[in-house]
Design a protein around this ligand. Structure first.
Ligand SMILES: Cc1cc2nc3c(=O)[nH]c(=O)nc-3n(C[C@H](O)[C@H](O)[C@H](O)COP(=O)(O)OP(=O)(O)OC[C@H]3O[C@@H](n4cnc5c(N)ncnc54)[C@H](O)[C@@H]3O)c2cc1C
Length: 398
C-alpha cells in the first residue's frame, strides 16, 4: 500500500501492473475502491490529479446517502466526521409561499450539508485504509489498448506541471474523472448534452462577535425570473449562496462581478435574508459549469465510465454524490463478476432518463415567468412521466 502524504508532489506508482486502475479519486472513484476491497479485489490504484485541498462545490446530500455509507462500511466513521445535518428543504418555487420537504418521516434519517473538501479527503483516506493505493498529483495523460491484442490497457500518467511520466498496465480501467471524462473521451465517447446551467457562488461568514442568520438545517431554494437561488449553511459556520442560470444571461448581466451578483441577490428577498448580517468571504464570485449530459458510449473492452464521467445531473436534484457512490459500488460488482460492465452502463442510461423526467417535472412546477428564456428552455420537451419520478433531494415543495 502506498500512502501519499497530502500536499506532496506525485509519488511514483508502487507497482507496474494493476488489476484495476480508477481514474479520479472523487466520490465515484473512492466508492469503487472501497467496494472492490469489500469484494476481495486487490491491486487497485486510484489516480487523482489533485490533492484534496481545493474548495469543491456540491455539499447537499439526501438521506439516501446514509444507506450507501452503511453498505460501504464507512457509516460510523462518516458520522464521526460531524458534517451538518440537513433536515430537508425550504423552497419558494411556483409561488411566493414558502414550502417545506421534511426529512422527519424518512426512515433513512436526515441528509447532510457537507464540508465538501473534508468529505472527499475522508473518502480517499477510507479507500487507503482498505488497501487501495491512492496516488495524488497524478493525471491520466494518455491511454491505449495493449499492443498486439493483449489483455488490458496501458496508461501514461503525468504529474501536472511536471515532465515526469510513469506508465502502468491495468486489466481494467474505471473512468471516474468527473465531467472531464478523460479516459472515455480518449476512447471516442461523446457527451450528449441537455441544457447546461452556470452556477455563480459566494460564501459568507458570520460577523466577528457572532450573529448573522441562524442555521435552519434546511437547504434553501428560491425561483426567480432568470433562474434560481440555492443556499446552505455549512459545517464550518459559513453560508454558501449560489445563483443558477443560463450562460447567455450570466454573461449579458455580468454576474461574475460581485456588485452585479449582489444586486441580483437583493432582488431575491428570501435568499437575501439569509445573508443579512453575514460577511462575504474573500474570493468574490466563483463560477462553475453545471452541465447535464450522458455519454453516448459508457463502456468498452476493459473499461467503464461512472459518476459524473458517465452522466451529470442538474444540481437542483442534489443527486450527483449519491449517484457517484452508487455507480462506484455497481462498477465494483461488475469487476468482481456479479454483473457485467454492460449491465452497469444500462442502469446509468436508464437512470439518466429518469433524471431528465424528474428535472422536467421540477421545472414545470414553476410557471410564474413562462416567457422568460430560462424557464421557456427548461419547460420545453415532453411532460415527465410521473411514474418514473422518485424524489429524494432538496425537492422544490409545492
Ligand atoms: C455547481 C454544482 C453544484 C453541485 N451541488 C451538488 C449538491 O449539492 N449535491 C450533490 O449530490 N451533487 C452536487 N453536484 C454534483 C456533484 O458534485 C458531482 O455529481 C460529484 O462530485 C460527482 O462525483 P465524481 O466522483 O463522479 O466526480 P468528481 O467529484 O468531479 O471527481 C472526479 C475526480 O477526478 C479527478 N480527475 C479529473 N481529471 C483527471 C485526470 N486526468 N487524471 C486523474 N484524475 C483526474 C478530479 O481531480 C476529481 O477529484 C454539484 C455540481 C455542481 C457543478
Amino acid at each position: 500500500m502506498l500512502v501519499t502524504a497530502p500536499h506532496s508532489a506525485s509519488a511514483a506508482p508502487a507497482r507496474q501492473r494493476y488489476r484495476v486502475a480508477i481514474i479520479g479519486g472523487g466520490p465515484a472513484g473512492c466508492a469503487c475502491a472501497l467496494a472492490l476491497a469489500q469484494l476481495g479485489v486487490h491491486e487497485v490504484i486510484v489516480i487523482e490529479a489533485g490533492d484534496y485541498t481545493q474548495f469543491r462545490i456540491g455539499e447537499s446530500i439526501p438521506p439516501e446517502a446514509n444507506r450507501l455509507f452503511q453498505a460501504l462500511g464507512i457509516a460510523r466513521d462518516f458520522f464521526a466526521e460531524a458534517h451538518a445535518p440537513c433536515h430537508g428543504s425550504c423552497s419558494y418555487w411556483g409561488s411566493e409561499k414558502r414550502g417545506y420537504n421534511d426529512a422527519l418521516m424518512n426512515p433513512l434519517g436526515h441528509g447532510w450539508h457537507l464540508e465538501r473538501t473534508r468529505f472527499n479527503q475522508f473518502l480517499a483516506r477510507q479507500a487507503r485504509l482498505r488497501g487501495a493505493e491512492v496516488l495524488m498529483h497524478a493525471s491520466l495523460a494518455a491511454s491505449a489498448p495493449v499492443p498486439g491484442g493483449g489483455h488490458g490497457l496501458e496508461l501514461a500518467l503525468g504529474a501536472p506541471g511536471s515532465l515526469r511520466q510513469a506508465s502502468i498496465h491495468a486489466d481494467l480501467v474505471v473512468d471516474a474523472s468527473g465531467t472531464r471524462a478523460v479516459f472515455a473521451r480518449q476512447r471516442g465517447s461523446r457527451k450528449v448534452d441537455s441544457l447546461p446551467l452556470v452556477c455563480l457562488a459566494m460564501r459568507f461568514a458570520p460577523p466577528a462577535g457572532g450573529g448573522g442568520h441562524a442555521d435552519t438545517g434546511l437547504t434553501h431554494l428560491e425561483a426567480v425570473e432568470h433562474g434560481w437561488w440555492y443556499g446552505a449553511h455549512l459545517p464550518d459556520a459559513t453560508l454558501l449562496l449560489a445563483f443558477y442560470g443560463d450562460a447567455a444571461t450570466v454573461k449579458a448581466q455580468r454576474l461574475q462581478q460581485v456588485g452585479h451578483w449582489l444586486a441580483w441577490l437583493a432582488a431575491a428577498p428570501n435568499t437575501a435574508a439569509l445573508a443579512r448580517g453575514m460577511v462575504p468571504l474573500a474570493g468574490g464570485v466563483q463560477s462553475f459549469p453545471a452541465p447535464s449530459y450522458c455519454l453516448d458510449q459508457l463502456h468498452g473492452e476493459g473499461w467503464l465510465a461512472i459518476g459524473d464521467a458517465a452522466s451529470a445531473y442538474d444540481p437542483v436534484t442534489s443527486q450527483g454524490i449519491v449517484k457517484a457512490l452508487a455507480n462506484g459500488m455497481a462498477a465494483a460488482g461488475a469487476v468482481a463478476g456479479q454483473s457485467t460492465l454492460g449491465d452497469v452502463a444500462h442502469t446509468v442510461t436508464q437512470r439518466y432518463g429518469q433524471y431528465l423526467a424528474q428535472r422536467r417535472q421540477y421545472y414545470s412546477w414553476e410557471q410564474r415567468w413562462p416567457d422568460a428564456p430560462f424557464w421557456r428552455q427548461l419547460h420545453a420537451g415532453a411532460e415527465a412521466p410521473a411514474a418514473q419520478v422518485r424524489a429524494s433531494g432538496p425537492v422544490p415543495a409545492r
